[in-house]
Design a protein around this ligand. Structure first.
Ligand code: C5P
Length: 213
C-alpha cells in the first residue's frame, strides 16, 4: 500500500486562529510548517520599502524578490503590513511568483503543514487533510484587539472590525484564488473555542482525514 505524505492544508480568514492551529498541528504530527501569509506580508513590506504602489501589479511583482532576511522583520506582523499584504495578494502575477515556493514546501518528502487562504484550493488541492478555520467578525476582532493591546498598539475595537471586514471582502472577492472553503475541507468554527479546545478539535479532524481516527 502506498501512503500519501501527510500534507495538511489550513485556510481561513485573518485572526480565525488558523496560524495557532497550524503551528500546533505541525508540532503534534512532527511536520514542518509554512505560514504563507508571511510571504505576502514580505511582498507588501518590500513594496513599502521600495516606495512603490501596492495596488500596481508591476511594483508588487518586483517586490516578490524580497531578501530572505525580510522574513524575520518583526514589522511583518503589524496591522499596516497585513493591509499591504492583502493589497498585493490580489495581483495574479504576485500569486504566481510565490506559487512554486509554496508548492515545493507542500510536496517535500514526509509532508508538511501550510496555512493561508488558498492552500486547499490552489497550492495543495491534493492534500489528504484540509481544514477551513473560521470565526465570527466580533470574535476575531476581539482576539486581534487583545493581541494589539499586548503589543502596546492603541486601536479601537471598531477600527479593527472595519479593517477585518475590508480584508475579508478583498480576500473573498478577488478574481485570483479567492478565499473559500476547499472541496473536502472540514469546517472548524473557533468563535466560542479557547485555543486549546480549538487545537484539540483540529487534531481530531485531521486524524480522521488521515485515516488515523
Ligand atoms: O494570514 P495573514 O493575515 O498573515 O495574511 C496576510 C494577507 O496575505 C491576507 O490578508 C491575504 O490577503 C494574503 N494571503 C493570501 N494567500 C495566502 C496567504 C495570505 O492571499 N495563502
Amino acid at each position: 500500500m502506498i501512503i500519501a505524505p501527510p500534507i495538511i492544508a489550513v485556510d481561513g480568514p485573518t485572526a480565525s486562529g488558523k496560524g495557532t492551529i497550524a503551528k500546533a498541528l505541525a508540532a503534534h504530527f512532527g511536520l514542518p510548517h509554512l505560514d504563507t501569509g508571511l510571504l505576502y506580508r514580505a511582498v507588501g513590506r518590500q513594496v513599502f520599502l521600495d516606495g512603490g504602489d501596492p495596488d500596481q501589479s508591476a511594483a508588487a511583482l518586483a517586490a516578490t524578490s524580497f531578501p530572505e532576511s525580510l522574513l524575520h522583520d518583526p514589522e511583518l506582523r503589524s496591522e499596516a503590513t497585513g493591509g499591504l499584504a492583502s493589497r498585493v495578494s490580489v495581483h495574479p502575477h504576485v500569486r504566481a511568483a510565490l506559487l512554486e515556493r509554496q508548492r515545493s514546501f507542500a510536496d517535500q518528502l514526509g509532508g508538511a503543514v501550510l496555512d493561508g487562504r488558498d492552500i486547499g484550493t490552489v497550492i495543495a488541492p491534493h492534500a489528504p487533510a484540509k481544514l477551513f478555520v473560521t470565526a465570527s467578525v466580533p470574535a476575531r476582532a476581539h482576539r486581534r484587539w487583545l493581541e494589539m493591546q499586548r503589543r502596546g498598539e492603541t486601536v479601537t475595537l471598531e477600527e479593527i472590525e472595519a479593517d477585518l471586514a475590508a480584508r475579508d471582502e478583498r480576500d473573498r472577492n478577488r478574481a485570483a484564488a479567492p478565499l473559500r472553503q476547499a472541496e473536502g475541507a472540514a469546517l472548524l468554527d473557533t468563535s466560542h473555542l479557547p485555543p486549546d479546545a480549538a487545537i484539540a478539535a483540529a487534531i481530531d479532524l485531521v486524524r480522521q482525514q488521515l485515516g488515523q481516527g
